[in-house]
Unconditional design. Sequence first.
Length: 137
Amino acid sequence: MVGVDGSDEAAAALTYAFEEARLRDCRLLALYAWQLPVHPFAPEIAYDVDEVHKAQEEYVAGALRAHRDRHPDVTAEMRAVCGHPVTALVEAGEKADLLVVGSRGRGAVGAAVLGSVSRAVLHHAHCPVAVVRAPRG
């Protein structure tokens, strides 16, 4: 299983996850957890949740398309869920052999101030976790 969010770090995690799925000859679940934005100064803003969900699923499908072309032997499923990324990844990872997440590599201070999905997943996952950083440069 791999968490995706559109970042370069998630792209590196997706590449790693596809390669691991190929080597292990297993299926891959790509999970994109999203949340509706909160507008504290405009709480009356309403969203069509079904439309937002459809857009998120299309986004994940686009991210997977190139990787599926490079790894046609890997069966990959995509899922977009509305929820906090840590909760969604940990819950979905309960049935996974490996959970792959990206890391921005902000370090301990940045993670403490900004929060860190990869750090929280490492602490709460019930399966092995691979934290992948994007190549520098």
